[in-house]
Design a protein around this ligand. Structure first.
Ligand SMILES: [Zn+2]
Length: 350
C-alpha cells in the first residue's frame, strides 16, 4: 500500500503500471560522477524507485560546488560526495539501495563497476572518462547516457549502438574545458540531469527508441534548443572496431512477428545476465552475453535464432557476433524483454 501510494502518479501511466514499477525496482544503474549532473540524476532516480544505484566519485564536497549541487550543504564540505549522496538518497527513499564508491572510474576498475548494471549514466566532467565509458559500454552493449556542460550550454545523448560519442566528437577535437575551467550557470546541471534521468527511465522501461541517434543541445544564454539526428560515422574508430555493419546482416523482428517466427521453427535466445533471467523472462534458451563465445560452439547454425536482451542493445551486438561466427539466420528482437513486458501490461495481463 505504501509503495502503491508513493509511486501512484508514475504507475498510473499506461507505459509504467505495476509491472513497470517493479521493473524499475529490479534495475541497477551506474552513475559516474556525483557533481551537478549526478545530484540531479540520483535525486530523480531515487525518487522514481530505481532499485539499485551505484554512484562512483572520488571527489569531496567543496564550497564552490554548493551553487549547483543542491544535495550538499556547508556541513558536508570535505566529505566524500558519494557518501553524502548515498545518505541523502537513502533518507529520501528507503526502498532504494544506494551504493557509494569513493574512487574515480578508470580503465582498471571499469569492469567491476559496470558489471551487473542495466544502464550507465555519465555525469563526469572530463572527456577522458566519457571516451572510456563510450568504448567500454559499446563493447559490452550496455546503454550509456552522456551529458556534457560548459558555461550556458550543454548536450546529451543516449549511446545505444546507433552511432556513439566518438562519432560526434572525434577524440582529437574534443578536449573540452571542464566546468571548473570554463564556469557553468547554476541551472544548467539540473536541466541536463533531468534529461538524462528521462533517458534512463525510458531505457529501463523498454521505450528508449525515441532517443536513439539523437543529440540534444540546449543553449540557455541564447534561449535555443536543437536536436540533431546522427548516424554511425564510417570513420569512427570505436564503431569500426565493433564491425557493426556486417554485410551478412542481422535481421530484426518485432514482438508482433515473434509468434509466427517461433511457429516456423525459430528459437528464442536470451543473452541477459543470470540475475536478469532469474527476475523474469520470455522463454527460450539462456546464454549470458559474455558467455556466448564458448556456449554457442557446437550449436546448430541453421536454426533461426531470435535473440533478446533487456532493451535490444546487447542482443544487437550478440546477433552481429553470431552472424560473424557463421550462424545463418539471426534476428534481433526489437525492444527486448522490456518491450515484451510493456506489451503484457498493455494487453492487461497484469
Ligand atoms: Zn562511433
Amino acid at each position: 500500500m505504501g509503495k502503491q501510494a508513493r509511486y501512484s502518479r508514475q504507475m498510473s501511466l499506461p507505459e509504467v503500471g505495476a509491472v513497470g514499477q517493479s521493473q524499475l525496482a529490479g534495475s541497477r544503474v551506474l552513475l559516474v560522477g556525483g557533481g551537478g549532473l549526478g545530484n540531479a540524476v540520483i535525486q530523480t532516480l531515487t525518487a522514481a524507485g530505481v532499485g539499485h544505484i551505484r554512484v562512483v566519485d572520488g571527489d569531496e564536497v567543496a564550497v564552490s560546488n554548493l551553487a549547483r549541487q543542491p544535495l550538499f550543504t556547508l556541513n558536508d564540505v570535505g566529505r566524500a560526495k558519494a557518501h553524502v549522496l548515498a545518505e541523502v538518497c537513502q533518507r529520501q527513499n528507503p526502498d532504494v539501495m544506494v551504493e557509494a564508491v569513493t574512487e574515480y572510474l578508470d580503465k582498471g576498475n571499469i569492469t567491476a563497476f559496470v558489471t551487473g548494471c542495466t544502464v550507465v549514466v555519465d555525469c563526469s566532467d572530463d572527456a577522458g572518462t566519457k571516451y572510456l565509458l563510450n568504448e567500454y559500454c559499446l563493447q559490452q552493449a550496455i546503454p550509456l547516457v552522456v551529458a556534457s556542460l560548459a558555461q550556458w550550454s550543454g548536450y546529451a545523448l543516449l549511446v545505444d549502438g546507433a552511432g556513439c560519442y566518438s562519432c560526434l566528437f572525434p577524440r582529437q577535437e574534443a578536449e573540452l574545458p571542464t566546468c571548473a575551467q570554463a564556469g557553468v550557470i547554476s541551472s544548467l546541471p539540473a536541466l541536463f540531469g533531468q534529461l538524462q534521468s528521462s533517458m534512463v527511465l525510458q531505457v529501463l522501461l523498454g521505450m528508449s527508441g525515441g532517443y536513439s541517434g539523437k543529440l540534444w543541445h540546449i543553449d540557455l544564454r541564447r534561449g535555443e534548443a536543437a536536436m540533431l539526428n546522427f548516424e554511425p560515422d564510417d570513420s569512427c574508430p570505436v564503431c569500426v572496431s565493433l564491425h557493426r555493419r556486417d554485410p551478412a546482416s542481422l535481421g530484426v523482428i518485432t514482438l508482433a512477428q515473434l509468434d509466427e517466427a517461433l511457429l516456423k521453427g525459430g528459437k528464442l535466445l536470451d543473452v541477459r545476465t543470470p540475475e536478469e533471467r532469474q527476475a523474469g523472462h520470455m522463454g527460450g534458451e539462456h546464454v549470458p552475453f559474455d558467455a556466448l563465445d564458448e556456449a554457442m560452439k557446437g550449436v546448430d547454425k541453421q536454426t533461426h535464432w531470435l535473440v533478446y536482451c533487456h532493451s535490444g542493445v546487447r542482443s544487437d551486438l550478440a546477433g552481429h557476433w553470431m552472424i560473424k561466427a557463421g550462424f545463418k539466420r539471426v534476428s534481433n528482437v526489437i525492444g527486448g524483454y522490456a518491450a515484451w513486458q510493456m506489451q503484457q501490461r498493455k494487453s492487461g495481463v497484469d
